[in-house]
Design a protein around this ligand. Structure first.
Ligand SMILES: *[C@@H]1O[C@H](CO)[C@@H](O)[C@H](O)[C@H]1NC(C)=O
Ligand SMILES: *[C@@H]1O[C@H](CO)[C@@H](O)[C@H](O)[C@H]1NC(C)=O
Ligand SMILES: *[C@@H]1O[C@H](CO)[C@@H](O)[C@H](O)[C@H]1NC(C)=O
Ligand SMILES: *[C@@H]1O[C@H](CO)[C@@H](O)[C@H](O)[C@H]1NC(C)=O
Ligand SMILES: *[C@@H]1O[C@H](CO)[C@@H](O)[C@H](O)[C@H]1NC(C)=O
Length: 443
């Protein structure tokens, strides 16, 4: 959904998770765990970099017997899988890997209803899908998609025999992709992990299909965001990764799953000890969105939140990384007694702001929160918060497809010395190391 809307996102090695086993359930090892690449895209204002958008993406393998590999954002805020089609020859498409329909033995051209396209048919169904600031137009195929590479065999393997990490679903082959925002991004496509009702048809849902067809013991996927660029973030399918959990998962039921979002009821939001006067009627919601790099808040309350979360830095240092400067807590109170508590290290914008007073010729350095104002949407309503990267980094999140609930547990973050022996992921466009220079405003 909000994938691109104003985005500006070790191994612990040992199982630290005491009390992991709850309600008599034994954690199941995930079927696949995919390391995620990370890209920084600078946000420029007045010719200066003020912040960075981030995107996380990992590899999937499409088609059989010879697989075609793509990088995709695993996005809980949307519900379809699209990859660029070889029929798209624009610069935006050719900059990315494209799917060659003729090289797959398993692709079946279909119309939107799932029926194969008739051989003598002269036209095909098309779909437009909006992604924040951009849009994708495409046609449909039914295709086999895997989470790990498989050796090509001479015969086309029947579904299931290739392993539990492959499934069959309807895929959108993009014949057009808007330049904004796809030209800037390294990833090729998006794999939506929203609930089935967010999709045009449940058969477009990658995880829905996997849960249904693959006999998963645990119909769950888990998401880990790393604080360190030397250690990859990861997504696990068919269970969660217990090594990433520092505290047991606390489960919260999905609110109105028929809307398709991983949405939770929000009982209250407490900012620096002050309860926002917003959720008294019980109509606030929070959406867990792996495709959004900020915390989203209804536009009506962002100013108040900014005010409460801003803090003065004494002694006017020349530069500072505001994520290291302490600040008050931001608490999301969810159902079933679960609090998601976010500190300055996660909600802060790294770059400070120096306020110059032209009258007194004095200056004050201020650290601020990074918030994404969310406008009234028809679907989400006026009181929707988005738990993007800041919340999903502090907490490991597990998404239980079958029971329609989200589990939150503090994540085990990499220790500085924990760098994998072999690189398993790539970082694109990393900002220079060291604290950023504050921006200046004159009042
Ligand atoms: C598929 O089509 C492309 C061009 O559209 C061509 O370069 C390629 O060789 C074809 N592959 C096969 C297996 O026919
Ligand atoms: C396409 O083929 C089907 C039979 O396979 C036939 O019934 C139909 O009339 C044909 N349509 C056209 C436009 O030729
Ligand atoms: C959640 O936060 C609220 C507000 O700070 C507090 O009153 C409540 O006790 C917390 N709940 C838990 C379970 O920590
Ligand atoms: C600051 O004040 C001086 C004199 O009062 C004025 O000339 C100058 O334009 C001001 N600068 C800004 C950036 O407002
Ligand atoms: C204001 O302060 C700066 C340095 O802090 C100094 O260079 C400048 O001359 C001062 N301007 C006035 C008008 O006092």
């Amino acid at each position: 959904m909000t994938l691109f809307a104003s985005m500006f996102k070790l191994f612990a090695g040992l199982a630290v998770a005491n009390g992991l086993v709850r309600e008599g359930t034994v954690p199941v090892n995930p079927v696949a765990t995919i390391p995620l690449d990370k890209q920084y895209v600078p946000v420029i204002r007045n010719n200066k970099i003020v912040s960075y958008k981030t995107a996380y993406f990992g590899k999937i393998h499409v088609g059989m017997p010879r697989q075609q590999t793509f990088t995709v954002v695993f996005d809980t805020g949307s519900a379809h899988l699209f990859v660029p089609s070889a029929t798209c020859n624009t610069e935006t498409c050719t900059r990315h890997r494209r799917f060659f329909r003729n090289e797959s033995g398993t692709a079946v051209d279909i119309d939107h209803d799932g029926n194969p396209v008739k051989k003598n048919s002269t036209r095909r169904d098309q779909v437009n899908i909006a992604f924040g600031t951009g849009e994708v137009t495409g046609e449909f195929v039914r295709e086999t998609v895997c989470l790990s590479p498989h050796e090509p065999s001479t015969e086309v393997a029947p579904l299931g025999s290739a392993g539990k990490d492959c499934t069959e679903l309807r895929v959108i082959l993009a014949s057009e992709m808007t330049k904004e925002p796809f030209m800037t991004f390294e990833f090729d496509g998006v794999l939506g992990l929203g609930l089935a009702s967010l999709a045009v048809d449940p058969e477009f849902s990658f995880f829905g299909q996997m849960a249904k067809m693959n006999g998963l013991k645990e119909q769950t996927f888990g998401y880990f965001l790393s604080r360190s660029d030397s250690v990859p973030s990861e997504i696990s399918f068919g269970g969660h990764d217990a090594r990433r959990l520092a505290s047991p998962l606390q489960w919260v039921p999905v609110h109105k799953p028929e809307l398709g979002y991983w949405q939770l009821r929000l009982l209250g939001v407490i900012v620096a000890g002050e309860r926002l006067p917003l959720c008294e009627e019980g109509d606030c919601v929070a959406i867990a969105d792996t495709g959004t790099s900020l915390l989203g808040a209804p536009r009506a309350v962002t100013q108040r939140m900014h005010w409460l979360l801003a803090r003065k830095v004494p002694e006017n240092p020349a530069e500072i990384d505001c994520r290291t400067f302490p600040g008050p807590e931001l608490i999301f109170q969810l159902e079933d007694g679960v609090n998601v508590t976010i500190g300055a290290e996660d909600y802060s914008r790294a770059t400070g702001m120096r306020v110059l007073n032209n009258k007194t010729n004095s200056s004050q350095l201020i650290c601020r929160a990074s918030l994404l104002p969310v406008d009234d949407g028809e679907v989400l309503g006026p009181k929707a918060f988005i738990l993007g990267e800041p919340a999903l980094r502090k907490y490991y999140t597990a998404y239980d497809w079958k029971r329609q609930r989200i589990g939150f547990g503090l994540s085990v973050q990499p220790k500085p010395e924990e760098v994998p022996a072999e690189p398993r992921h790539s970082i694109y466009g990393a900002p220079p190391s060291g604290p950023p220079t504050p921006t200046e405003v004159v009042v």
